[in-house]
Design a protein around this ligand. Structure first.
Ligand SMILES: [Zn+2]
Length: 71
């Protein structure tokens, strides 16, 4: 079983979702929030790229913070 950070609409935050089923109808994954046990459906692109998008944001924030440190 794999897991990945994903947005949970019930918790209204990013949580480490576990994949509970691969390839349910029309989607690539059914994933479950560990906090509220809500099952979300995600397609492969959204699920696999989510962390990368987040990482991109983090890098951007980090570069902004770094530029502040220099001043
Ligand atoms: Zn949740």
């Amino acid at each position: 079983m794999s897991s990945s950070i994903y947005y949970c609409p019930i918790c209204d935050q990013d949580t480490l979702h576990q994949v509970v089923e691969s390839n349910p109808a029309h989607y690539s994954f059914a994933i479950e929030c560990p906090i509220c046990s809500t099952v979300s459906l995600a397609n492969e692109d959204t699920f696999n790229n989510y962390e990368d998008v987040r990482m991109g944001w983090d890098e951007e924030v980090k570069s902004i913070l770094d530029s502040w440190d220099l001043q």
